[in-house]
Design a protein around this ligand. Structure first.
Ligand code: AMP
Ligand code: MG
Length: 500
């Protein structure tokens, strides 16, 4: 089936595509249209997001709109491209990865004035597909939709999900699965691996063009600096440090922090085998392909900094007049990650337990994590119920049920209450602030599995319900109380899969 361009005579919306990336040199991408699918049907459109982007939700749900979201028609103004990039996958460098199953339709300038990419994921093979089919299965598409929208709801920088479309086609993984296409929105799709693609080819001009592009698009204030490329490294370091701190504070494990999955704009990107912890342990790993725990929960800051060092290497030819000067700039940029991460994480952790700024209160927060790990305490509920306990010690009873040994909590709580007593705020104010820092609802793995299972059986309602709950994660929603509870022993998900 050939890809058709939309009929220009029909009352079609203005789709204000502008394609700055496609104006970069040819070697940055492959120009190609998505491969049409046989029977596209819309699973869900993210109406508030469409509106933020200045896109007409009515048109997007019309047959023409769905055709665009499925990749069956190319909207006027769109110039679809598959981006070239490389990357370190679990520490091993692969000089060419690229968009093997994604196509960038173009960029739009959203209502907030910021430029956003609209990309289709699962849109057919490209030059970068290697052995892959270029397609996505329904399950991973729904997972990414749910988790990315939750991340947005808890104010963690992330790519967004604009729409999910069923293709009516079967994709073959271990078994035949229904196919789907995700329309993804991102501040950009430039990754650390994009820089590595050019650096690996000793294409210094490519690295420079890319760096200049990123500075103009994401960090325009750097353009006038004496050393804008050092500024770029520092900005990416700061954004990544802040991002990973936020992941830790919410119990998120990305699962595949390869350099091709780390956004230069500092957004969480590429939700594959990602997962949220139920009971706390820093060594937690869910991904079936992360055999050595490289991307275990507590390793994420270290790995983010490792990735940053790979970015710094690509920038070396731009960082200084001499090798020595460039190396020093690179090292300083890499080192800048640590204090920013520590401050963001330390302050965030203290906020979670109702205490003012780290580092003064950091010890007591760390001690809580230690007893949580030793007692298999549920990460989300422990902090949430701590808000109740901060207001009323009678609420300790509900909290200690989360610990295998209740006495561990009692001893800690004594010290915690001494610290709380030093705070200037009232107990009620503290509890409110803690509830705003500690969501009640997270996308628990067993819930995601249930939703996907139902969708595979043709029932999309549980997906809709879960999303309804998760876009208000801080609010008590008594009618959905079950969604807050940890899995029963038989519901526990041990492993997650890329599903690619
Ligand atoms: P990921 O692990 O999802 O970040 O993907 C790593 C690389 O594999 C990227 O270059 C992807 O585009 C590519 N890839 C993943 N799944 C597929 C697929 N089904 N078909 C083609 N390429 C794929
Ligand atoms: Mg990826």
């Amino acid at each position: 089936m050939a890809n058709k361009t939309m009929d220009m005579d029909r009352p079609s919306p203005s789709l204000p595509f502008d394609n700055t990336y496609a104006r970069l040199p040819d070697r940055f991408y492959q120009r190609l249209d998505p491969t049409p699918v046989s029977a596209p049907t819309l699973i869900r459109l993210n109406v508030p997001l469409a509106e933020q982007l200045g896109l007409d939700p009515d048109w997007l749900t019309s047959p023409d709109g769905v055709a665009m979201l499925a990749g069956n028609a190319v909207a006027p103004g769109s110039m679809p491209i598959a981006l070239a990039y490389a990357g370190h996958q679990f520490g091993n460098f692969v000089p060419q990865l690229g968009d093997g199953r994604a196509i960038l339709l173009g960029e739009v300038v959203a209502r907030d004035g910021a430029r956003r990419d609209i990309q289709l994921k699962g849109s057919g093979p490209t030059r970068f597909s290697r052995q892959g089919d270029g397609r996505a299965a329904l399950g991973p598409v729904l997972r990414e939709y749910i988790v990315s929208e939750f991340m947005a709801a808890v104010d963690i920088p992330t790519t967004r999900s604009l729409a999910a479309v069923a293709t009516g086609e079967t994709v073959w993984r271990e078994t035949g699965l229904p196919g789907a296409v995700l329309a993804r929105v991102a501040s950009s799709h430039v990754r650390i691996g994009t820089f590595q693609y050019f650096a690996a080819r000793r294409d210094v001009q490519g690295v420079r063009d890319l760096a200049d592009y990123v500075i103009a698009r994401h960090y325009p204030h750097l353009a006038d600096r004496p050393n804008p490329y050092r500024g770029l490294l520092d900005e990416v370091a700061a954004r990544q440090a802040d991002l990973v701190a936020r992941w830790l504070l919410i119990g998120f494990i990305h699962g595949v922090m390869n350099t091709d999955n780390m956004s230069i704009a500092g957004e969480t990107i590429d939700y594959g085998p990602c997962a949220f912890m139920d009971s706390y342990h820093p060594g937690t790993v869910f991904s079936s392909i992360d055999q050595d725990g490289r991307y275990a929960f507590g390793n994420q800051p270290r790995m983010a900094q490792w990735n940053l060092a790979r970015l710094a290497e690509t920038l070396l030819p731009l960082l200084g007049e001499t090798d020595e000067a460039a190396l020093q700039q690179a090292q300083e940029g890499i080192d800048s990650f640590v204090p920013i991460f520590q401050a963001a994480y330390g302050n965030g952790l203290c906020r979670k337990i109702g205490l003012s700024q780290a580092p003064a209160n950091l010890d007591i927060a760390q001690q809580l994590l230690e007893i949580m790990a030793a007692n298999e305490a549920d990460y989300t509920l422990t902090f949430r119920r701590l808000a109740d306990a901060a207001e009323n010690p009678g609420a300790d009873a509900a909290l200690i049920t989360l610990f295998t040994d209740a006495t561990a909590y009692d001893a800690w709580a004594l010290k915690w209450r001494e610290q709380l007593a030093q705070e200037a705020t009232s107990a009620a104010e503290r509890a409110t602030a803690m509830r705003a820092a500690n969501p009640l609802f997270i996308p628990r793995n067993h819930r995601i599995e249930q939703v996907i299972g139902a969708a595979l059986g043709g029932n999309i309602a549980p997906f809709e319900t879960l999303l309804t709950v998760l876009v208000r994660p801080f609010d008590e929603q008594p009618e959905f109380a079950d969604y807050a509870t940890p899995p029963l022993p038989e519901e526990i998900v041990q492993q997650t899969f890329c599903g690619t």
